[in-house]
Design a protein around this ligand. Structure first.
Ligand code: NAD
Length: 496
């Protein structure tokens, strides 16, 4: 629907209109109506520091309206068949594909990642929708005899609040939308205030396909999340974000006993054994250390390299990483864009300042950018720190920026202890040609996903989540679907 069709800030999209979506103006989507708010705000393009478009600042009233619409929609949506819901998810994937150039440009302008990485994120999101369109939780027959049939089944929870961070706004929104909707729940999306644009357009597009109230989106300021987590009529919060916020979400959900899934921060170790083919593994390792300017929960954040290959490995790793071009995501040769926002810029800059203050040895990079990035963008040179102390901030904290410690190890027992010596437990990996040894080590790592000779592989059918402070519950796969359901046991007495 063209923006000219919006009168008094409201437009109804429910009547099968499907002209091309415009990507200039941004609204909330409540009950399939585009709605404005009294106040608006905007973000900054991290590559240029120029302002992006205005977005709504939602109030409690907007949340109440969306929740009421979601609850009303649940009554009918929960009666649809899996096939009907699956068809809608596939049509949604097709519609996103039909707008992928606009979404890619928008994602790069709000998130900063290179265009090629934006296309990958969109491609993942649509393949997630297609994969979830046929995914179901099979009923389990616990007992079946001539007197009694006992079935364990799963029923939808109701209204889900999907709270999304700013690093992968499309994939992480769709990663909640697809499992929530296929299990017959309704969902209200709450994008990060730092990256609301793609999420609002995802909802606007959904209004052309889904009945009113099934999928909605509200943008707002930092006070909007608590309006979701405390709302008495939201049944579940599916949250992705930092550990600190995850704890607040869990506490806020307690008075209304909401279900929560928490996908939180990580500090992933990768252990490189002495028998690896250094040249063969370096490209993959560098990729999963610096992709998206290292702003991914499951990037490698501590790289433990066996001392017998350490010098050769470090030289090759530095040479490979040095070749990564840093710059605006619109430049086709760029691999490392800016960090996403000023808060993150300041946080990562503090980590770079530690290099001199703490006497760390940079094997690559280490330049501290100007404190005022206005007009320049939020850029950092990729930086590799050569064997810093195990208790230094670069080892113990999640920098969420392109700075990585490489650390030496010699004893298997010792390196497993160091890898596990953290409150986080999201991902971890072991790299070795000896698969039996690698698997033995992998099984001892305390993380929700552990890879051998890889890192950051994800798939829609594979559950993903964190141990310890990296999360509660898992998303994706059949296990993830269960997180959007109430388990139910049916006792069916026969012949009464
Ligand atoms: P964040 O915790 O600051 O924000 C995440 C979301 O929570 C945003 O939408 C924000 O507005 C909202 N929020 C803020 N305060 C809230 C509150 N009190 N109640 C409810 N919602 C609230 O995280 P971020 O800075 O956007 O994202 C970066 C962090 O997310 C990193 O730590 C990263 O590791 C983590 N992350 C985890 C995963 C995962 O799947 N495990 C994926 C991506 C990012």
């Amino acid at each position: 629907m063209a923006p000219s069709a919006i009168s008094n800030g409201v437009s109804n999209l429910a009547n099968g209109h499907s002209p091309k979506l415009e990507f200039e103006t941004y609204y909330n989507l409540i009950n399939n109506e585009l709605t404005k708010t009294a106040k608006s705000r905007h973000n900054i393009n991290p590559a240029t520091t120029e302002p992006n478009a205005e977005v709504p600042v939602s109030t409690q009233e907007d949340v109440d309206k969306a929740v009421a619409a979601a609850r009303a929609a649940f009554k009918t949506w929960s009666k649809t068949t899996l096939e009907e819901r699956g068809e809608k998810l596939v049509a949604y994937a097709d519609a996103i594909d039909g707008h992928k150039d606009d979404f890619a440009k928008l994602l790069t302008s709000e998130q900063g990642k290179p265009l090629a990485q934006s296309y990958v994120e969109i491609g993942m999101a649509t393949s997630w929708l297609r994969a979830f369109s046929t995914m179901k939780i099979p009923d389990e027959v616990i007992e079946d005899n001539e007197d009694l049939l006992i079935i364990h089944t799963n029923v939808p929870l109701g209204v889900v609040g999907g709270i999304v961070p700013w690093n992968y706004p499309i994939l992480l929104a769709v990663g909640k939308i697809a499992p929530a909707l296929i299990t017959a729940n309704t969902l209200i999306l709450k994008p990060s205030p730092y990256a609301p644009y793609c999420n609002l357009k995802l909802a606007e597009l959904a209004a052309r396909l889904f009945p009113p109230g099934v999928l909605q989106a509200l943008s707002g300021a930092e006070d909007l999340g608590p309006m979701f987590t405390t709302h008495p009529d939201i049944d579940k919060i599916a949250f992705t974000g930092s550990i600190a916020t995850g704890k607040k979400v869990m506490a806020a959900a307690a008075p209304t006993l909401k279900r929560v899934t928490l996908e939180l921060g990580g500090n992933d170790p990768a252990i490189i054994c002495d028998d690896v083919d250094v040249e063969a593994i370096i490209p993959k390792l560098a990729n999963v250390s610096f992709l998206c300017c290292s702003q991914i929960c499951m990037m490698i954040k501590r790289l433990y390299v066996h001392e017998s290959i350490y010098a050769r490995f470090l030289a090759a790793f530095v040479a490979h990483t040095r070749a990564f071009k840093v710059g605006p995501g619109t430049d086709p040769d760029v691999f490392i864009g800016p960090v996403q926002n000023k808060m993150q810029f300041d946080k990562v800059r503090t980590m770079y300042q530690h290099i001199a203050a703490e006497n760390w040895t940079p094997a690559l990079g280490g330049d501290v950018p100007d404190p005022d990035p206005t007009g320049k963008g939020y850029f950092f040179t990729p930086t590799i720190i050569d064997n810093p102390p195990e208790d230094s901030a670069i080892v113990t904290e999640e920098p969420f920026g392109p700075i990585l410690p490489v650390l030496k190890w010699k004893d298997e027992e010792d390196v497993i202890g160091r890898a596990n010596a953290t409150k986080t437990g999201l991902g971890a990996s072991v790299w070795s040609k000896d698969l039996a040894r690698a698997e033995r080590m992998a099984r001892r790592l305390e993380a929700g996903s552990v890879w051998v000779n890889s890192h950051f592989d994800v798939a829609p059918g594979v559950p993903f989540g964190g141990h310890k402070w990296s999360g509660v519950g898992m998303e994706w796969g059949v296990l993830g679907l269960k997180g959007y359901c109430n388990p139910q046991t049916l006792w069916l007495k026969k012949g009464v």
